[in-house]
Design a protein around this ligand. Sequence first.
Ligand code: GLN
Ligand code: ZN
Length: 759
Amino acid sequence: MKSSNLGYPRIGENREWKKALEQFWKGQVDESQFLQTMESIRHQHLKKQHEIGIDLIPVGDFTFYDQMLDTATMFGLVPERFNWKGNDIPLSVYFAMARGSDTAHACEMTKWFNTNYHYIVPEWNNAQPRLIENKPLKAYQEAKRKLGILGKPVLIGPYTFIKLSKGYKEKELPALILQLLPLYEQILQELQNEKVEWLQIDEPILVTSISKEEMKTIQFIYHQLHEAAPNLKIMLQTYFDSVDWYQELIELPVQGVGLDFVHGGENNLESLLTHGFPANKVLAAGIIDGRNIWRSDLAEKRHLIETITSVVPESKLWIQPSCSLIHVPVTTKKETKLDKIIKQSLAFADEKLTEIVFLARDQHGVDDAYFQENQQIIHTWKNHSERHRQSVQQAQKNLQHVSAKRKSPYSIRQSVQKEAFDLPILPTTTIGSFPQTADIRKARQKWKKGEWNEQQYEQFIQQQIEKWICLQEEIGLDVLVHGEFERTDMVEFFGEKLGGFAFTENGWVQSYGSRCVRPPIIYGDVEFLQPMTVKESVYAQSLTDKPVKGMLTGPVTILNWSFVRDDKPRQEVCEQIALALRKEVEALESAGIAMIQVDEPALLEGLPLKDHDKQNYLNWAVRAFRITTSTVQDTTQIHTHMCYCDFASYLEDISKMDADVISIETSRSHGEIIPVFEKQTYDKGIGLGVYDIHSPRIPTVEEMAAIIEKSLQVLDPGQFWINPDCGLKTRSEKEAIDSLKNMTAAADEIRSKLKETIR
Ligand code: GLN
Ligand code: ZN
């Protein structure tokens, strides 16, 4: 068996890739220095994979920003607003597409399938693609000449590329394929001339719900490509889920098919066992989870490989990760503070590659020490007492037959809340966070380093809260917040206070461009230990007569933004988080907080890739939200907030969350969201963000008034709330204050207009 990899994290052990990029953007290094640093990082990564013993090392997966952007620029798909002409694409244009420039806004960015990686969306808009540069060829030649490594070039497949781009109508798709195919053919021919053995073509779109028509298009594409370069072996690579058109897929004129045996693995395995596999093809089997961070149970993996080899001979089998390793951190070696038992149970990219090499070379009995050690660690991990909390499991059992519904239906809650809060019509509020200024960050550093004690830090936070309660009253907001000054990250903050979470020092993964995140690790049963937000909320409420919203991150968002244990279904882990947060909600309520917001910005991010799996996910996700929020009194008002979501397509499920008030991000897509309410009704409180907090620009009273009026054509004034479209933590204080003043002025203007019409 051969060992293979699909893609290696580009960020580097010490995030040197990120640092090099940011230095270059700031003008601290010139272009040639930058290119040199990048080359040395690239070579280091190839050498490392070679040393670990990977047979098929991917080349061309490295990028200066994003692989979709690389593909778009390779085909000269540069939107007109960047004013580009010529035969090569300078770095300035490449980065302007990614990040915007003084004269042109950046290309859109969106999630790569169901991962937390974001890619740059290519734009067609009648562009004529042409081959600017054969990037896979260049990558292959570089690795060969400079390192003597005969790599496996990687290329995003034509169908996935077109489906993920924008700026064309559905009916134009066949024409675009015809435009693009000759360019792909040329790339393949040049690789063939170079005597490249294998080319990996990524078509993850194949794991989504593909129609029969679409499958025909894919057949056409791969027949064309095969004819163009018959001696180049194509590994048609899928990942992130199982393929629905297995039989058609394995009959395509390619020399290898790559399948994910981890995510959607059961379905793929069943297809393999039922329909077999062509004797003349190679199966690239994604055996090791490329999206999670746990050490594999090698006995289990051995068993899986044995099952596969009952169909595919070892000589035709590659062992590889389930997808590119860009979704996991680089190495566990850098973790010095993690608990020993947790640390030894983790495998990041390098450790995963080591597992792969072991499995590919596995001759039972040889290198037994590595295998025995693995089994020892797995055994310890499974039985580690800290991971299994009796009380949590019991609470979860008790939940089985609970409907997780509020005491009364919304109509009743609405009238008791109306009386209890006596808010003006079109109440104004914010989403939760206020600017995290340099002072606040400095204060947190001092406290973390021990220069400040607990009390000093707490006092500082209280001062911030006090300052902003006064400001909010001055601005004239109706429902206030404490400002979230004590939080860095909305998931980390709660993870640090709940049982069952661990944090790495260096477990970074790329989110988009140079931005990296360090997701918390959920390793054990999640348990509420002590109140997490009550102190700050109660303090804020003590300073004002206006209601102050308590502020929590919801269970589904915490789940979706963490690395999650894989010995329990995600749904169960989510339920545990929901139960823990419910205790926080109850603690807030008992402490006199009468409005509680539970944010779920990532709820729709967790949607499965296949249509037929979506409803099941939505059912348990919505239920988790309700587990957290349903035990309160009718008079307690539950708020939620969601951003960047396809609210329109999932209105019904979102409504089932049964929050009394929802605020959603819409200011960048008002045109699209408002017509939705003409066709469907939403009967609870709702705030459509009236301005975009991502821009430093101060929105005018007039433009916000216009947005409110437009919204009121489809929504009842009795249900409408006025708020920005997300938290304000990234804005400056002045920007936040000026914008909010204009927002309350706009609200006043519309209120008086409404009064006149009533008269
Ligand atoms: N309450 C959070 C904030 O205001 C919500 C953030 C989010 O939606 N991503 O920062
Ligand atoms: Zn938001």
